[in-house]
Design a binder for this molecule. Structure first.
Ligand code: ZN
Length: 367
């Protein structure tokens, strides 16, 4: 049954971010892909209405719409959705980095790594969860967390931050993947993001056993700090970089039909976009793309009603109501926002696997 929920404007602290940095001299463009898991147009609308500052979405001039179906289901999941974006091929639900016939697909992160790029992944949930995993792992089912973790050891990422240390330290095969990552030159921290960043090292921060807390559970500014740290770290090298940042819990707000959670996570993701824009505003050759794997909740933002003493429905004119039509994902198209180097490639209406092809086009050197 549709639920109307009264939402009050909340206040959120926007992280103040320093912004002194030099122009990049890279030949190849830097790519920052931000994925709001479960973020459709209504969730972006929520980030606008409930944001104490002007939403960062107003800073985009290039906007597209993206179709998100998988090969097995019209209503996709994060594994298939992210794999389409990371590999250029649509696949079946629950697949991570593999095609419909289970063959491995090379991901954009792997392609760009081979071209000399630095690479990084940031998520609020386990770094082995569907969205980040689809950029470095190849497994037939998204729940193969320990196998996905072991594939991260060989992925040669330069920076990763999120949760999920249990898949690295409490394993059935008794391997200690933190130790193995340390042998490969990683500074591993299970408590915090790195405070001093050395460009010659690699960094892995898995600060939760499984998933990080949501905003309503008390998370503060992890996503902004992690994105900021990653960009600062990448700028210490002349190499270009590819960074994926996932706002994971917009989706969870939809599944829980929890309007406050969905709003707070959407606003937090908006603030992270602001941090990324601020950190890259003097870079001519950086492209920021913001999109989603699918929409969650069939969310509508509309009128809010109260009942008077005799049961009449009275519209409250200055208040918005949030309606969830499902606790599942939907097939609604999702928005794509692009800013920076060759942003114009991302306007129009297209399928999710085109994100990969468009990003590869962006990374081609000029003739
Ligand atoms: Zn979901």
């Amino acid at each position: 049954m549709p639920k109307f929920v009264l939402i009050f404007l909340s206040t959120f602290l926007l992280l103040a971010v320093g912004c002194e940095h030099e122009k990049s001299t890279n030949e190849k463009p830097n790519i920052i892909l931000m994925v709001g898991d479960g973020m459709g147009v209504a969730q972006v609308t929520a980030a606008n209405y409930w944001n104490p500052q002007k939403s960062n979405y107003y800073n985009f001039k290039t906007v597209g719409l993206m179709e998100t179906s998988s090969t097995s289901h019209k209503v996709t999941d994060s594994a298939s959705g992210a794999t389409a974006m990371s590999t250029g091929e649509k696949t079946y639900k629950r697949a991570i980095g593999v095609a419909s016939d289970s063959t491995h697909l090379k991901t954009i992160l792997e392609e760009l790594h081979d071209q000399g790029y630095q690479t990084g992944l940031i998520s609020l949930t386990s770094i082995t969860h569907a969205t980040p995993a689809s950029f470095y792992a190849h497994v037939t089912d998204r729940d193969m967390h320990e196998e996905i973790a072991s594939q991260l050891v060989d992925a040669d990422l330069d920076f990763f931050a999120g949760g999920g240390w249990k898949y690295f330290l409490e394993r059935k095969d008794n391997r200690n993947l933190f130790h193995e990552l340390g042998e490969k030159g990683y500074e591993m921290d299970s408590l915090a993001l790195p405070s001093k960043l050395d460009g010659s090292k690699k960094y892995g921060s898995l600060i939760a056993e499984g998933s990080l807390p949501s905003k309503v559970q008390g998370r503060v500014d992890f996503l902004q700090r992690a994105a900021s740290s990653a960009i600062e770290y990448f700028k210490k090298s002349d190499k270009p970089y590819f960074l994926m940042v996932e706002g994971s819990y917009i989706d969870w707000g939809g599944h829980a039909e929890d309007a406050e959670m969905m709003i707070q996570e959407s606003v937090d993701f908006d603030h992270t976009i602001g941090t990324v824009m601020d950190k890259t505003k003097t870079d001519d050759n950086t492209l920021l793309v913001v999109t989603a794997d699918h929409e969650t909740g069939g969310v509508a933002i509309g009128k809010y009603y109260e009942e008077d003493e005799v049961g009449n429905r009275i519209e409250v004119p200055d208040t918005l109501g949030i309606q969830f039509n499902t606790d599942q994902h939907t097939a609604s198209m999702v928005p794509v926002f692009a800013k920076g180097y060759k942003e114009e490639l991302f306007s129009g209406v297209y399928a999710n696997n085109q994100i990969y092809h468009k990003l590869m086009e962006v990374c081609k050197l000029p003739d």
